[in-house]
Design a protein around this ligand. Structure first.
Ligand SMILES: CC(C)(COP(=O)(O)OP(=O)(O)OC[C@H]1O[C@@H](n2cnc3c(N)ncnc32)[C@H](O)[C@@H]1OP(=O)(O)O)[C@@H](O)C(=O)NCCC(=O)NCCSC(=O)CCS(=O)O
Length: 379
């Protein structure tokens, strides 16, 4: 794949940061499930947390290609840490695409300073793939809304200063009744968080339910018009799913790199196992799949950077789905190459395999991605 000089330099700078600050703590974060606040600070100093913030709000005016590069590079050693770099995307996008100028002027300069954690809250216990089934209510009361309900899985919400949260303002079912609100969980009475989910992988990235008990939110915090929340969520997902594809590519590349080193060093039958064709073919298949997924991810990023929303919608689902399926296959094969040692926590490939599983599930399951793709094909 070819990249501009600027993109290559950016990749190199992220690579150096990863080698120095992320690789040494990747296994420890998985083991302890601790949220690495030092990376929030570091990624903020480097401009990654605020990459999407346009120049006029004090940000570096980054784009989807740059976000994919950052997430790919960090994911080679830890996709959970890579998620930190991208976590503000899902808050920023609804504001950029649906919010008011006042909202952009109020919140984006704060994020532009770096080191600020935000989140999005869409899912509920009964509303995962089917976003329109959400039940959280927002009742208009003078110049405020009163929010009641429960959100599920919210990534980083427990650490967040601001969350864009979907709630039902209309009585009818379906997408039209869903609106987006900015809540400030540390300041607004009535917001509380449940137990940290204990996950198989992506440890160190907190997911918790959010409980809303008569939370008063000023009407000025409604993002866009009433009833536009579903569309805002979908646009945010369209712009984040390619970065999950990139994260998956990085994860798979990290597993392949580990396998190449191990296969050369590990000897059986008086030869390094890399000399056996059975192993060589597995390595070759890994490389083919990774390169194909990478090409799809950056083609998708190009569509996003050109503002081609229709093409982005299709390619985002393809990049997320294909990339994560490749990550699952490659990391599973990586454990096989490492044999018994691969199944132990002394080597990174078992963690990579656990992390890969989530990439097929979050940000819309791969079955949902196929629904999106098939609908577009059959339109
Ligand atoms: C299953 C879905 C893909 C589609 O759901 P629906 O069938 O219920 O909705 P549609 O009829 O397709 O659309 C309704 C309405 O919205 C407009 N729309 C649809 N897609 C887009 C888009 N990409 N961009 C903009 N607008 C869009 C569509 O045109 C319709 O409007 P009109 O009627 O034409 O005016 C969807 O529900 C889906 O993707 N489900 C998966 C959800 C998911 O990924 N969840 C994981 C979120 S993970 C996360 O965010 C972490 C935090 S957390 O969850 O709290």
């Amino acid at each position: 794949m070819s990249f501009t000089e600027e993109q290559t330099a950016f990749r190199e700078s992220v690579r150096r940061l990863v080698a120095r600050h992320v690789a040494p703590i990747a296994a420890e974060i998985d083991e302890t499930d601790r949220f690495p606040t030092e990376l929030v600070k570091l990624f903020g100093e480097m401009g990654l947390m605020q990459l999407w913030v346009p120049e006029q709000y004090g940000g570096p005016n980054g784009n989807l290609t740059m976000m994919c590069i950052a997430r790919e590079e960090i994911s080679k050693v830890s996709p959970a840490c890579a998620s930190i770099a991208g976590l503000n995307t899902m808050f920023i996008m609804p504001l950029l695409h649906f919010g008011s100028e006042e909202q952009r002027r109020k919140f984006l300069p704060i994020i532009a300073k770096g080191g600020v954690v935000t989140a999005i809250a869409i899912s509920e216990p009964q509303a995962g793939s089917d976003v329109t089934a959400l039940n959280t209510r927002a009742q208009k009361d003078g110049d405020s809304y009163i929010l009641n309900g429960r959100k599920q899985w919210c990534s980083y919400g427990v650490e967040a200063e601001f969350i864009v949260l979907m709630a039902r303002t209309g009585d009818g079912p379906g997408a039209d009744g869903i609106s987006a609100f900015i809540i400030e969980p540390k300041k607004m009475p009535g917001v509380s968080f449940g137990r940290h989910e204990r996950k198989m992988g992506f440890r160190g990235a907190p997911n918790t339910p959010i409980f809303l008990d008569n939370v008063r939110v000023p009407a000025e915090n409604l993002v866009g018009e009433e009833g536009k929340g579903f569309r805002a969520s979908m646009r945010a997902l369209d712009l984040n799913r390619p970065t999950i594809g990139a994260q998956s590519v990085g994860l798979a590349q990290g597993a392949l790199d580990a396998c190449l080193a191990y296969a050369k060093e590990r000897k059986q039958f008086k030869r390094s196992i890399s000399e056996f064709q059975g192993v060589q073919f597995i390595l070759a298949d890994m490389a083919i799949q990774i390169e194909a997924a990478r090409a799809l991810v950056y083609e998708c990023a190009r569509a996003g950077d050109e503002g081609d929303w229709k093409r982005l919608n299709l390619l985002a689902s393809m990049a997320k789905c294909f990339g994560s399926d490749v990550a699952m296959k490659v990391t599973t094969d990586a454990v096989q190459i490492f044999g018994g040692y691969g199944y132990t926590m002394d080597y990174p490939v078992e963690r990579m395999m656990r992390d890969a599983k989530l990439t097929q599930i979050f940000e819309g399951t791969n079955q949902i991605q196929r629904v999106v793709i098939a609908r577009e094909l059959l339109r």
